[in-house]
Design a protein around this ligand. Structure first.
Ligand code: FES
Length: 165
C-alpha cells in the first residue's frame, strides 16, 4: 500500500466511524426513516437456511456465509447492541465482494473503494449508488438464526460521503 492509498484508507476508516455516529444520531432523531426506506424495497423469499456459527458471533463482529446459493456471498453482522443484520456481499456498483472491517464497522469494497455502513447497508463512500441487498433473518427454535429471504434494495442512497477524485 503506497502513501496515498494508506492516507485514503485511513480517511475512509475515520469517515466510516464518524458517519456511523452521525447515522445513529439521525436514527434517534428520525425513527421513521428505516420504515420509509423499507417500504421501497422488494422482498424475495428463498428456502430457509440455518446460519451455522451465528450463536458464537461476538458483538461488533461479522461472519461470512453464502445465501441463497453457494455462489452468493453474504455476511452476518452482530451489531454492538447485540442486534443482527445480514447483507449480500455483492457490491451494488460492479459486483465485487465487500469485506467487513470490524474497526470501522463498515463493509468495504476492494475494487473501487466503496464503503457501506454495517447498521443499514447504506453507501457511505465511493461509487456505489444503492445500498447492499439485505438478507432477511428469522430467529427459530433453540434461538438459532436462519436466513429466509432477500430484500432487494433498489432505492437511491440516503447517505453519501465525499467522492474520490
Ligand atoms: S465494485 Fe465495489 S466499488 Fe466498484
Amino acid at each position: 500500500m503506497n502513501r496515498e492509498d494508506n492516507e485514503l484508507h485511513t480517511t475512509r476508516r475515520a469517515f466510516c466511524a464518524d458517519l456511523l455516529l452521525t447515522s445513529t444520531a439521525v436514527m434517534l432523531a428520525a425513527p421513521n426513516l428505516t420504515e420509509t426506506v423499507a417500504a421501497q424495497n422488494s422482498m424475495v423469499a428463498y428456502p430457509a437456511r440455518k446460519i451455522e456459527g451465528a450463536e458464537l458471533l461476538l458483538p461488533g463482529s461479522g461472519l461470512y456465509f453464502n445465501y441463497p446459493t453457494r455462489n452468493d456471498p453474504a455476511v452476518l453482522l452482530r451489531l454492538s447492541e447485540g442486534e443482527y443484520r445480514a447483507y449480500s456481499r455483492r457490491c451494488s456498483h460492479a459486483g465485487c465482494s465487500v469485506d467487513f472491517d470490524g474497526r470501522s464497522r463498515c463493509l468495504q469494497c476492494p475494487c473501487h473503494r466503496g464503503a457501506y455502513d454495517g447498521r443499514l447497508g447504506h453507501v457511505m463512500f465511493g461509487p456505489p449508488r444503492r445500498p447492499l441487498d439485505e438478507i432477511v433473518l428469522e430467529v427459530r427454535a433453540g434461538g438459532h438464526l436462519w436466513a429466509v429471504g432477500k430484500s432487494i434494495r433498489d432505492t437511491e442512497i440516503i447517505t453519501q460521503g465525499p467522492q474520490r477524485r
